[in-house]
Design a protein around this ligand. Sequence first.
Ligand SMILES: Cc1cc2nc3c(=O)[nH]c(=O)nc-3n(C[C@H](O)[C@H](O)[C@H](O)COP(=O)(O)OP(=O)(O)OC[C@H]3O[C@@H](n4cnc5c(N)ncnc54)[C@H](O)[C@@H]3O)c2cc1C
Length: 457
Amino acid sequence: MTLSILWLRQDLRLFDQPALAAAAAQGAVCAVYILDAEMPGQRPMGGAARWWLHHSLTALQGAFLERGVPLVLRRGRSADILKSLCQETGARRIHAVAHFEPGWKQAEAEVAAFADLTLHSGNQLAPPATILNGSGGRYRVFTPWWKALLTRMPPARPIPVPDRIEAVSGIASDDLDAWDLLPTKPNWATGFDVWTPGEAGAGAALRAFLPILRGYDAQRNLPSITGTSRLSPHLHFGEISPATIWHVAAKEAGAAAEPFLREVGWRDYATNLMDIFPDYPLANGRENFDRLPWRSGPEAEADFDAWTKGRTGYPIVDAGMRELWATGWMHNRVRMIAASFLIKHLLIDWRRGEQWFWETLVDADAAANASNWQWVAGTGVDAPVFSRMMAPLTQSEKFDATGYIRQWVPELADLSPPYIHDPEAFGMRPAAYPAKRIGHREARDRALSAFAQMLGR
Ligand SMILES: Cc1cc2nc3c(=O)[nH]c(=O)nc-3n(C[C@H](O)[C@H](O)[C@H](O)COP(=O)(O)OP(=O)(O)OC[C@H]3O[C@@H](n4cnc5c(N)ncnc54)[C@H](O)[C@@H]3O)c2cc1C
């Protein structure tokens, strides 16, 4: 009997799961998820993502069990666990979906040294190294990369769940609860019940989005309404494949799906950047930013603390940071505004903010998080110039954040526009709401002077 190990990572699904399909077609399957906190070069998962993982694995265990397949849970270094599983089961073959974070790539190399490892493409629209420019090099800028990707689209049709999966039983598994992925003291995740982690939840999120897909382009920047798909954590954990999303969206809306699919493309593009620059979460894409004099010391720490708590005195920023803390997610437009505020208004190194998002986002994704922070900071290989500063108060009005601010900053719920966007400027700031950490003009001057210093002017 041929027996394969199915090594699950950020691909926690049965539908359009090419590694599962290949393993099941060859014979019996031993499905394993390894909690690997020992991967060199890989940051430990943040608290919000651990919460998601717990529920996603619960859902996956249930889905496998319905088909009579136990999901084996193990903790430790991936290569060590897989080696001992090969010995326990007699398997020589391992199937997995390819991942491109540096820690995963190293783990794959270690596993390939002792087993017959087959990596299947399944979590990207196309493997990053296959989208090449005319001279055979890699793209660093989105638009030409997107045009090249489009020539390869649509992606392959999704693969159905195998009719029958022959299981391997009697393999010891950890108890998921013993992994302590959920917060207890205190339980800060009470507001996370807006989410349904797992493959069924991903499908439901996609179905709920379809009626608003055609309005996506017009509404995706408006935080006060539900104008986006909220698929990001499902995509990060691989509970749904981007190919499935592509085919469903294209079927639903034809060419009108393009603005949405383009955003799904940004996810692939972020993976492309991380594949080229493995240290992107840590190192400036433009090295001259290594000389930028970021603020540090007690005052900067107090500013950082106010930012994390949503008490900067800028309503749109505070609403976003409170939404993040309460739900593990923040609207994309507000992510840009809040990130820009930390970097340019408070002049705090983008890596501090990136790490905070890493801890608090349910969709925390090494490639997407780093590439977006570097883009906003102006430090990224593809980013606009640093001196282009977002004005949070103008953005708040332009994208009509009134309802959003009322929801997340209850101290301001009684205010109407224009006061709600900038209560301090109109003398309307309630005592319970903090004063601005710094005025916009003063912040702008400080940021531009730091930038000039970096350039040696
Ligand atoms: C500072 C900052 C940090 C971010 N960190 C993350 C992160 O850690 N993880 C993450 O998944 N996204 C991150 N994003 C991108 C974006 O904010 C989220 O993907 C989006 O808000 C998720 O909501 P949605 O699923 O409703 O998106 P939709 O608008 O419905 O888009 C569909 C999908 O496309 C992908 N996508 C959309 N925009 C982007 C983008 N700019 N970059 C990469 N992929 C994108 C996501 O997978 C998303 O689910 C970040 C953006 C900023 C500005």
